[in-house]
Design a protein around this ligand. Structure first.
Ligand SMILES: Cc1cc2nc3c(=O)[nH]c(=O)nc-3n(C[C@H](O)[C@H](O)[C@H](O)COP(=O)(O)OP(=O)(O)OC[C@H]3O[C@@H](n4cnc5c(N)ncnc54)[C@H](O)[C@@H]3O)c2cc1C
Length: 342
């Protein structure tokens, strides 16, 4: 009976589900042994260091990972970085197949002036900082100004904005890093803008996450009703299901009566960042809008506009993704997950 030795590089969700797919293929005619190699001391990738700590339910997928890891012929080698401690070519020569599942850990840049100022950070740095990723413990996250801006129209941007706008004691029972809880507790930020380049009908938020927002106990969530009404008109009589569901959720927020909380999270649509202002550190963002340029004063800008993969020697990359055809890279090399899709 043929027995295949497979190396999976990266212990995030894509790596575990690739392992599960192989385990499901095992039968009387073929068997597999799987070695998973992870650069960090702990597994689970962004389920540990990305997914928002105030949404612990999502992290319960780790139970599935534990089940996969408990199967026969599965081994995890943690604290081993492929590319520096062992090369892809060494793995390719020792295993029948090598699967790259290393994710996308670099934040895309806006490419505008001021992006390198102190207080301008990518979500790819800020998120692992509050999630206790060992590489990001010492990140400089100035939270002393009263206003922060999050640039992006997806769930990562929404997670970041929510973490900044929450009453920090709500994080006490979560597994948010202690250093981040302390920093949020002494933060002066009371107003958080989340800005999208296009209209609400194009936003990549998902409606379950939007529907959670009015449940925040200590934060006003503000969406301009006129923005949503205009988006509903633009979306036409038969918008796609997801678009309709998002617009319904946003309308609900827009119609929600405002309360007197001192913390506010406000959505801005059709705001394209042109420049981050400041001399030594961030002092504001200039946006181009359909009504002319608008400047928002703030001391922190977090960009959440997408991720790209970090390169590994011996693996071909293009546009922040591993070059592949349906997951096949070359001979016995494959790619899955964010490293494949970006
Ligand atoms: C802020 C945020 C919130 C999210 N929230 C949700 C959510 O609520 N629901 C949802 O379904 N999805 C969510 N996602 C998306 C989800 O996290 C990703 O879809 C998923 O983690 C991608 O899996 P992956 O295995 O490809 O990459 P990753 O999870 O990034 O795992 C890659 C692993 O590879 C390891 N690695 C990297 N380089 C090497 C190397 N050279 N050698 C060895 N190991 C290496 C890394 O340390 C990491 O453990 C969120 C993402 C972010 C950033």
């Amino acid at each position: 009976m043929p027995h295949f030795k497979v190396a999976i590089v990266g212990a995030g969700p894509a790596g575990y589900f690739a392992a599960q797919a192989l385990q499901n293929l095992a039968n009387e005619e073929q068997s597999f042994s799987i070695d998973m190699i992870e650069r960090l001391p702990t597994p689970w990738g962004l389920v540990r260091s990305g997914v928002a700590p105030d949404h612990p339910k999502i992290k319960t997928v780790s139970k599935v990972f534990e089940k996969i890891a408990n199967q026969e012929n599965f081994r995890l080698f943690a604290n081993v970085e492929v590319g520096s401690e062992i090369t892809i070519n060494q793995l390719k020569s020792k295993y029948d197949a090598v699967i790259i599942a290393t994710g996308s850990s670099l934040g895309k840049k806006l490419g505008i002036p001021g992006e390198d100022l102190r207080g301008s950070l990518s979500a790819a740095v800020f998120v692992p900082w509050y999630n206790a990723h060992p590489d990001f413990v010492g990140v400089d996250t100035p939270l002393d100004a009263d206003t922060a801006v999050v640039v992006g129209a997806g769930n990562v941007a929404m997670d970041v904005a929510r973490m900044l706008a929450l009453e920090p004691s709500e994080l006490d029972p979560t597994d948010t890093a202690e250093h981040a809880i302390d920093a949020f507790k002494s933060s002066n930020i009371r107003k958080v803008y989340i800005s999208a380049r296009r209209g609400p009908e194009h936003a990549a938020f998902t409606s379950p996450e939007l529907r959670e927002l009015p449940k925040l106990e200590h934060t006003n969530v503000v969406i301009n009703k006129e923005d949503i009404k205009a988006a509903i008109l633009r979306a036409g009589a038969e918008p796609e299901k997801d678009v309709k569901s998002n617009l319904d959720a946003m309308l609900l927020i827009a119609e929600n009566p405002k309360s007197e909380h001192e913390r506010t999270m406000e959505f801005l649509f059709q705001h394209t960042p042109k420049e981050i202002l400041g001399t030594d550190r961030v002092e504001g963002v200039v946006y181009s809008t359909p009504h002319g340029d608008v400047t928002i004063k703030c001391g922190l800008v977090i960009t959440a506009i997408g991720y790209q993969a970090q390169g590994i020697d011996g693996v071909p990359y293009e546009n922040g993704k591993v070059v592949n055809t349906d997951g096949r890279v070359e001979e016995n090399l494959y790619v899955v997950g964010w490293a494949k899709r970006g």
